[in-house]
Design a protein around this ligand. Structure first.
Ligand code: C5P
Length: 226
């Protein structure tokens, strides 16, 4: 037992499927650690822009990924952690759709993904980890005991993002967001390396029309032995 790695629950899905919120609530309920892998890609995109790295040069961006320092400051309960990138609080900037689009562009580069593997594995600590992303169950933690794939209609995902960004005072249009979300989904699902797809052993949950608590309970119900 002593050498058993900490258990992992992976929660993958497209943007706006509720992964982040659900993962934080589930992690809080279990008392487990939380990995927001999308924030790592977003942070690298931002750090690359800060240091004027050529975003079309995969090796330069990967080198930037290696040297970027990313820390999460966990809040109370299931609050969103603050993300500190190279010593600067980048929480607000990272949530913008422009950061999502930059993340999606650099996330398609194999050397960039490779540079982030160890950083992600480092989050696996006792008593357990809830890992949220696109390839958590397929590539990063294929041996996870619990795997979930969350979906929701594109319209509902755009609505959720719209509300999230509005609440944060960011000015966006619903139609614009829907277009951006569909473009990002297509890029994430069609890329050659670690495309967005459910692991074969993942349980799919369609969250369209479901509230946060209902989804959290469904996820927790999949974990009888916890
Ligand atoms: O989840 P989030 O919207 O923060 O992710 C931003 C982008 O980072 C995604 O659109 C995707 O391209 C990329 N990503 C990824 N693999 C992950 C997490 C995020 O490729 N595990």
């Amino acid at each position: 037992m002593r050498n058993m790695p900490a258990p992992v629950l992976t929660i993958d899905g497209p943007s706006g499927s509720g992964k982040g919120t659900i993962s934080r609530h589930v992690a809080n309920r279990l008392g487990w650690h939380y990995l927001d892998s999308g924030a790592l890609y977003r942070a690298v995109g931002l750090a690359a822009a800060w240091s004027q790295v050529d975003l079309s040069d995969a090796d330069d961006v990967a080198a930037c990924a290696e040297r970027t320092e990313i820390h999460f400051e966990t809040g109370e309960g299931s609050a969103e952690p603050r993300v500190i990138v190279n010593g600067k609080d980048a929480t607000h900037q990272l949530r913008m759709e422009t950061a999502g689009a930059a993340a999606s562009a650099i996330a398609a580069m194999p050397p960039v993904r490779a540079a982030l593997v160890q950083k992600q594995h480092d989050f696996r600590r006792v008593p357990g980890l809830v890992a949220d992303g696109r390839d958590m169950g397929t590539v990063i933690f294929p041996d996870a005991v619990f795997k979930v794939f969350l979906t929701a209609s594109a319209e509902e995902r755009a609505q959720r993002r719209y509300k999230q960004l509005k609440d944060k005072g960011v000015s966006v249009t619903l139609a614009g967001l829907l277009g951006e979300i569909l473009a990002r989904d297509a890029r994430d699902a069609n890329r050659e390396v670690a495309p967005l797809r459910p692991a074969e052993d993942a349980v799919r949950i369609d969250t369209t029309g479901l509230g946060i608590d209902a989804v959290v309970e469904r996820v927790l119900a999949l974990m009888p032995s916890r």
